[in-house]
Design a protein around this ligand. Structure first.
Ligand code: PLP
Length: 508
């Protein structure tokens, strides 16, 4: 659908509020209400024929359990229950997923095919029988070190936040080995992802916030003023969470090193620069890579993910165990410490399924293709920013990297908030963008299209945002305050849901 077709389609959309939403069954169209599996219980009903069991009661005494409280259902009931639940889950396979900071990109089916080749091995098998898996880990490590321009890598961390933990623990160990354990401060810019200060605090550091300037970058003068002999590290995201490249990063690295501190780079946004910039050339000491963002692989809902950490010469001796090493006859796994290594951060060698998916993605794109990933991701975000600049308010003037950031200036005086706007987007069939993050921007709306969306998809999305921004400006606040109107559940009390979650079903 072209941009203008998308708009006329939306103009013809019937907004009348006498829309019939209640039905006899509570189902809506083919969206079915689904009771909990325990509520569908017919005691004694089962999908299989169990043989009678004769248990000697005297042997168990009065310890014998009378029931394990499993609900009774037929096989078709169970299949339908779980299939319906799976259909309630919005996913990247279902449509555009513009959540800024999350990099929800298409996961090629090839990745899945390759990952399944490794699905029936176990990390405790004799190493001679899993040489192929070690070769994959080693090859992926090679690509990641090459793409980042860094000499060493810890492959085991299981996610971005886990990679941060690995990196900051490594930095702490390096300071302690130098007799500089007195360094107690970690500097974190105010636009940082929440995991950065959380990681520093978990490692026992006190977090000192560094302000942003009016261009959405770190205030370099404030940063330099904060550096002293008690600072252990800075944690900086590049491109940062405002979707902007930190132009002063080389100068920042120099100052951080002069103060005897380490430079931790949050590499979650690596997809915007992969193949274009090598973080090692910018002077960083340590960076985690979210394989599940930059190199496709499915994620969300708490996992799975993988967060390998590249390390400089200075930090490499402290990396966690175990790690794979190439020897003459193949590969072996290094389990014992040199006295400096961190020890284990994870049970085994890392997230094998994510490793194979990421390597499959890299190899199918190749060197030139990975460069184009970054270019297309940045182009798509700028396309959105440029086409919406007269309808919504860009948080910063300059072109963006991989995500377009808007503030709520365009909603001023309309009685519509960022939250209302996002809810109206759901009625239009879109998963909302990231809202109210980063915190440095008022009522932030952060949109990350990734490289995989087509111009047609972007045009339709842009058309929808223009329509909604127009409705807000024309005073149609009810459209927003009533939203979402077409979902099985309407506006929820999100605070109550977070503070008083009902996590346990009790028989009524
Ligand atoms: C996603 C993200 C993280 C955390 O990564 P997880 O894999 O979700 O733990 C950290 N920092 C930034 C900037 C991110 O976008």
């Amino acid at each position: 659908m072209s941009h203008s077709q998308a708009l006329s389609f939306l103009r013809n959309y019937d907004n009348s509020s006498n829309y019939q939403t209640e039905t006899f069954t509570s189902n809506k169209g083919l969206h079915l209400e689904e009771a909990l599996i325990f509520e569908q219980d017919t005691p004694g009903l089962t999908g299989v024929d169990w043989p009678d069991v004769n248990i000697d009661n005297t042997y168990l005494g009065n310890m014998r359990r009378q029931s394990i409280n499993l609900p009774g259902l037929s096989e078709p009931q169970v299949i339908r229950h779980y299939t319906r639940l799976s259909q309630k889950n919005y996913s990247i396979d279902a449509g555009l997923y513009p959540l800024g900071s999350c990099t929800m990109k298409h996961n090629p089916r090839l990745n899945e095919k390759v990952a399944r080749m490794f699905s029936d091995i176990h990390p405790l098998q004799p190493t001679a029988t899993i040489q192929g898996a070690f070769a994959v880990i080693d090859e992926l490590a090679y690509w990641l070190k090459t793409l980042t321009g860094m000499p060493a890598i810890a492959m085991t961390p299981a996610a971005g936040a886990h990679g941060e933990l690995c990196g900051i623990m490594t930095i702490k160990a390096a300071h302690e080995a130098k007799g500089e354990g007195h360094r107690t401060i970690v500097l974190v810019p105010e636009s940082a992802h929440g995991t950065n200060p959380a990681t520093a605090a978990l490692c026992g550091y006190s977090v000192q916030s560094v302000p942003a300037n009016d261009r959405g970058r770190v205030d370099v003068l404030a940063l330099k003023a904060a550096l002293n002999s008690n600072v252990a590290a800075i944690m900086l995201t590049n491109p940062n969470t405002c979707g902007l490249f930190e132009n002063d990063i080389i100068d920042i690295a120099k100052s951080v090193h002069e103060a005897g501190a380490f430079f931790y780079c949050d590499g979650a946004n690596f997809n915007a620069i992969v193949g274009k910039v090598r973080p090692g050339d910018l002077g960083i000491d340590c960076m985690h890579i979210n394989l599940h963002k930059t190199f496709s692989t499915p994620h969300g809902g708490g996992g799975p993910g993988a967060g390998p950490v590249v390390l400089s010469e200075a930090l490499a001796p402290f990396m966690p165990l175990p790690y794979v090493v190439a020897i003459k006859s193949g590969y072996e796994i290094k389990e014992s410490t040199t006295g400096l290594n961190l020890g284990r951060l994870k049970g085994f060698h890392g997230q094998m399924g994510m490793f194979t998916r990421a390597l499959s993605y890299m190899m199918s794109h190749g060197k030139d293709g990975l460069k184009q990933v970054a270019e297309d991701a940045v182009l798509n975000a700028n396309y959105i920013q440029a086409f919406l600049k007269n309808n919504m308010t860009s948080a910063f003037e300059s072109p963006c990297m991989h995500e377009a950031l808007f503030d709520d200036g365009f909603l001023k005086g309309t009685g519509v908030t960022t939250l209302d706007f996002a809810k109206a987007l759901i009625d239009e069939g879109y998963h909302p963008m990231t809202m109210y993050f980063p915190l440095v921007v008022s009522g932030a709306l952060l949109i990350e299209p990734t490289e995989c969306e087509s111009k047609e998809t972007l045009d339709q999305f842009i058309g929808t945002l223009k329509y909604l921004a127009g409705q807000a400006k024309q005073g149609n606040a009810d459209l927003f305050h009533d939203a979402p109107r077409h979902t099985p559940r309407r506006r929820l009390d999100e605070t109550k849901a977070a503070r008083q979650p009902v996590l346990r079903w009790k028989r009524g």
